[in-house]
Design a binder for this molecule. Structure first.
Ligand code: PEP
Length: 261
């Protein structure tokens, strides 16, 4: 079960760093980020770096997340990596990232199966949802959020909802620097409220109040504090800024400052 209202700072390194570079970068972060009770730092390197980093990390300091996996446990699926093959290395897995949905055409069915496979293998899924620019312009943000939540959680029982993290990542804000305006902040507060409302309908009030809802989309060390201060936002999913030690460490420090550590 996820501890209620912890802050999560997740570094999505995307398709960057070789295993050797990942190891050196982890070493740099380890020297600067101290373990914390209230702020959980999660690193999501490429699949090829998961095994070596799992031997290197101090799990009190960092946890590892998979960026992707296939939902079947084994079989004739050339080129894929199953969640059961990586479960010894990771505690979390990103599922439904917009780059997987839009570049690799992952379907809602795939995403629901991945959430279920992660849970089956004792891995916490970080389910990413968010509207496209067009859905937003057409006033369909709420509908997009509802349908991605309902589909992504299709296989999740009442018993397992407390093992899920939701990341609200509007597609228009990812890697665009388009989110740092005050209007964006109001939108994010509304979006987390919509997410919690829908979770309440599907799983009840308690689940809606305890489920962690993170924000992601062009967060950097200047904007992190603003996002972390938004009501109902329990952490950040950071892409580009997580690749620069100074920026990422500053984001983690900001989160600890907000938690008064
Ligand atoms: C992401 O990869 O989920 C992300 C939010 O990336 P960026 O911070 O680069 O927008």
């Amino acid at each position: 079960m996820i501890s209620p209202r912890k802050t999560y700072i997740i570094a999505n390194w995307k398709m960057n760093f070789t295993p050797g570079e990942s190891s050196l970068y982890l070493q740099r972060l380890s020297n600067r980020i101290q373990p914390s009770r209230n702020v959980q730092v999660i690193l999501a390197p490429s699949t090829v770096s998961l095994q070596p980093l799992s031997l290197q990390i101090n799990r009190r300091q960092f946890k590892l997340a998979a960026q992707n996996f296939y939902w079947r446990d084994y079989g004739a699926f050339t080129g894929e990596t199953s969640v059961s093959q990586i479960r010894g290395f990771v505690d979390y897995a990103i599922v439904g990232h917009s780059e997987r949905r839009h570049i690799f055409n992952e379907s809602e069915e795939d995403i629901a199966q991945k959430v279920a496979a992660a849970l089956r293998n004792n891995i916490t899924p970080i389910l990413c949802i968010g509207e496209t620019a067009m859905e937003r312009e057409d006033g369909e943000t709420a509908a997009a959020i509802y349908s991605q939540l309902a589909n992504g959680l299709n296989e999740v029982s009442d018993r397992d909802i407390d093992r899920i993290i939701i990341a609200y990542e509007p597609v228009w804000a990812i890697s665009t620097n388009k989110n740092a305006c005050p209007a964006g902040i109001t939108d994010i507060e509304e979006a987390q409220a919509l997410i919690r409302k829908h979770i309440s309908k599907l799983y009840g009030k308690e689940a809606s109040e305890t489920i962690p809802v993170l924000y992601g989309g062009s967060v950097n060390s200047d904007t992190a504090g603003g996002y972390l201060s938004i009501k109902g936002i329990d952490g950040l999913l950071v892409g580009s800024a997580s690749l620069i030690a100074d920026s990422f460490c500053a984001i983690v420090e900001t989160a600890k400052g907000i938690k008064n550590e």
